[in-house]
Design a binder for this molecule. Structure first.
Ligand SMILES: Nc1ncnc2c1ncn2[C@@H]1O[C@H](COP(=O)(O)OP(=O)(O)OP(=O)(O)O)[C@@H](O)[C@H]1O
Ligand SMILES: [Mg+2]
Length: 283
C-alpha cells in the first residue's frame, strides 16, 4: 500500500515588491510524481535549491499545491478537514535541532506534541518513555536539552515526532549541522525505527553515504524528479549523477575511476568493504 502519493505536483513561490506586486515567480516544484510504499526507507537527493525542502513541506501539508495532489494514507493535503490527521501521520524533522526543541526538560519536550493533540495523560507518559527508549535517550529524560550535543538534540526532536505515533517520518537534512558521531547516531536511529517499528522514512540529504542503505532513491533537479531507483541503480550512473551536481559515494567513485583504467570491477560497489573485497578477488 502506498503511504505517500504525489501526483503532478507543482509549487510556486512569488516574490513581491513593497506594493505587493509579483516581481518574480519561482517554480520550486515543477511536476513531481512520487509514490512511497508503507515501510520503505526513501532517500531524496538534489543539489541546493532543487526543491527538496518544498517537497518535504508538501508531504505533511505545510505547503499547498499550486497544481496536482498529494495524498498521505489516501488523505488529500488540500482537504482542510484532514490536515491534523496528516500531520500526525507524517511528522517532519528539520535541519536545525535548536529550532525544534521547546521544552526545558527533555521529557516535557517530547510530551509536547501528544499533549497538544489531546492524548490522555497516562498515555502521554507511556509514549514519552517508548519514544526516548527508541532513540536511545532514556537516560537523559530529566536533562535540560540545552546541555545536549547536536546529535542528541536531533534524537530528542525525532522522539518528539515519534511520540505522535506517526506512520511516516520525513527528515530534511537532519544531520547537516552535526559532527560525524552525531550524524552516525541519528542515521542509525532512523534505520532502527524503519526496521524495528516499520516506520516509513523519507530522508532528504546531501550526504551520499547516508543513501547507500535506502530501499529507493529519488534525485531532484530544478523542481523535477530526474532519477529514481535503488542506490545501485542510481550510483552506477556516475556521469548522470554528476551532471546534476551530485557526487556518488566515495567507494563507488573510486571503483568507477578504476574501471575507466581498465580494472574489471562491478558497478554494484557502494562501500569501502565491497571495494576492498572486489580488489582482493582480482588476480
Ligand atoms: N519561501 C520562499 N520564497 C521564495 N522562494 C523560495 C522560498 N523557499 C524556497 N524558495 C526557492 O524555491 C526553490 C526550491 O527551494 P527548496 O528550499 O525547496 O530547495 P532545497 O532543495 O531544499 O534546497 P537546499 O539544498 O538549499 O535546502 C529555490 O529556488 C529557492 O530559492
Ligand atoms: Mg532544503
Amino acid at each position: 500500500m502506498s503511504i505517500v502519493q504525489i501526483k503532478d505536483l507543482v509549487h510556486r513561490y512569488f516574490r513581491k515588491d513593497d506594493d505587493g506586486n509579483v516581481i518574480e515567480t519561482i517554480e520550486a516544484i515543477a511536476g513531481v510524481n512520487m509514490e512511497v510504499e508503507a515501510g520503505q526507507f526513501i532517500a531524496v537527493l538534489g543539489h541546493n535549491g532543487s526543491g527538496k525542502s518544498s517537497l518535504a513541506k508538501h508531504i505533511n501539508g505545510l505547503l499547498q499545491p499550486a497544481q496536482g495532489t498529494v495524498y498521505v494514507k489516501g488523505m488529500r493535503t488540500d482537504d482542510e478537514s484532514s490536515i491534523w490527521d496528516i500531520r500526525q501521520n507524517a511528522g517532519i524533522v528539520l535541519q536545525n535541532p535548536d529550532n525544534q526543541i521547546i521544552g526545558n526538560i527533555v521529557e516535557e519536550d517530547v510530551a509536547f506534541g501528544p499533549e497538544n493533540i489531546g492524548v490522555p495523560t497516562e498515555d502521554i507518559w507511556r509514549r514519552v518513555a517508548e519514544s526516548l527508549e527508541a532513540v536511545g535517550m532514556m537516560a537523559y529524560r530529566m536533562s535540560s536539552p540545552n546541555h545536549l550535543s547536536g546529535g542528541q538534540k536531533q534524537r530528542i526532536a525525532i522522539a518528539g515526532i515519534l511520540a505522535m505515533e506517526p506512520e511516516c517520518i520525513i527528515l530534511d537534512e537532519p544531520t547537516a549541522m552535526l559532527d560525524p558521531k552525531g550524524r552516525e547516531d541519528v542515521i542509525k536511529t532512523i534505520h532502527e525505527l524503519n526496521r524495528e517499528k516499520g516506520i516509513t522514512i523519507i530522508l532528504i540529504t546531501h550526504k551520499m553515504d547516508e543513501v547507500i542503505d535506502a530501499d529507493k532513491v529519488f534525485v531532484m533537479d530544478h523542481g523535477k524528479v530526474v532519477m529514481s531507483g535503488t542506490p545501485v541503480e542510481i550510483f552506477s550512473q556516475v556521469e548522470t549523477v554528476k551532471s546534476y551536481g551530485l557526487e556518488v559515494p566515495h567507494a563507488a567513485s573510486m571503483a568507477y575511476e578504476l574501471r575507466k583504467e581498465g580494472i574489471p570491477l562491478p558497478e554494484t560497489i557502494m562501500t569501502k568493504e565491497e571495494l576492498v573485497e572486489a580488489l582482493c578477488q582480482l588476480n
